[in-house]
Design a protein around this ligand. Structure first.
Ligand SMILES: N[C@@H](CCC[C@H](N)C(=O)O)C(=O)O
Length: 281
């Protein structure tokens, strides 16, 4: 089989970094091994997620975006990558909006100020079946049991789907050991049949949240855009914040607003171009 070489763009959104490829036809099938090689920081350009921009899948879209986590798993969507892809599409075609299709739903990207891009992430999905959870629960505070079977610790984090699954703990514990230890344990908990992204949110004020996220398939990243949206939604549902807040992540700040009229969540944040190159598939 002949190897295919493709140009890539390396970008990041608040430190969450991506290799972005562009193809002329839908359905580029990448093996998990290829994705792991490209995403590996020792074996490829290295990134948290590999992104492929495809032609639109319908008349209303500007383009379709596919997402793979660094572990090789194909996933529904990625908030920070949507801002980066939005910026690339707006730079290439001009105009004031780009509609990006994903497996998790369509998103509209617009320029905000400077190099910040706003994306409309749609309505959060709050029914337990949509997260999804393995059993019926109130997603404002699910009953999550971890630890020994005979003496489990019971936590009540919020659960939200932003097109992909999230669980959000409200805690001031933010140290690496805790986030890595608890995150890696909960990512594959049986309550989450499709795995889960695990957020640790410390509410500093009704409009300010410090957030760290252990991402499904990528581990602790500098920022998780859908995780920031999920944290604001989960915090507001518990009466801890208003409907908008600054989310302070390791790699930068994201502004999240859950619009009362449309029920949509809007995320505004930075994008940065880190370089270009060529990869072999
Ligand atoms: N970094 C992302 C989310 C990427 C996918 C996620 N790890 C998942 O498995 O759902 C973001 O910015 O939203």
């Amino acid at each position: 089989m002949t190897a295919t070489r493709l140009p890539y763009v390396k970008m990041n959104g608040a430190g969450n970094d991506f290799i972005i490829l562009r193809v002329d036809a839908p359905g580029l099938d990448l093996s998990p091994e290829t994705v792991r090689r490209l995403c590996g920081r020792d074996t490829g350009p290295g990134c948290d997620q590999l992104i492929v921009i495809e032609p639109p899948s319908g008349p209303d879209e500007t383009a379709f975006m596919r997402v793979w986590n660094a572990d090789g798993g194909k996933v529904e969507t990625c908030g920070n990558a949507l801002r980066c892809v939005g910026w690339l599409l707006l730079e290439a075609a001009g105009g004031d909006r780009a509609v990006i299709g994903t497996l998790g739903g369509a998103t509209v990207a617009r320029r905000a100020d400077g190099t910040r891009i706003e994306v409309d992430m749609g309505a959060p999905r709050l029914d337990w079946r949509e997260v999804p959870l393995a059993e019926e629960m109130d997603t404002r505070g699910i009953e999550l049991q971890v630890g020994p079977v005979d003496a489990p610790l019971i936590h009540t984090p919020g659960a939200v789907s932003m097109g992909n699954p999230h669980v959000v703990f409200f805690t001031d514990r933010q140290d690496d050991d805790f986030v890595r230890g608890a995150g890696s344990l909960i990512e594959h908990h049986p309550l989450f049949p499709e795995g889960v992204n695990v957020g640790f949110a410390h509410v500093l004020a009704p409009d300010h949240i410090r957030l760290r996220v252990w991402e499904r398939g990528a581990g602790l990243t500098q920022a998780c855009g859908t995780g920031a949206c999920a944290a604001l939604v989960a915090a507001h549902r518990r009466g801890l914040t208003g409907r908008s807040a600054t989310l302070a992540l390791d790699g930068g700040d994201l502004t999240i607003r859950w619009d009362e009229t449309t029920d949509h969540v809007f995320m505004t944040g930075p994008v940065a171009l880190d370089g270009t190159g060529t990869v072999t598939l």
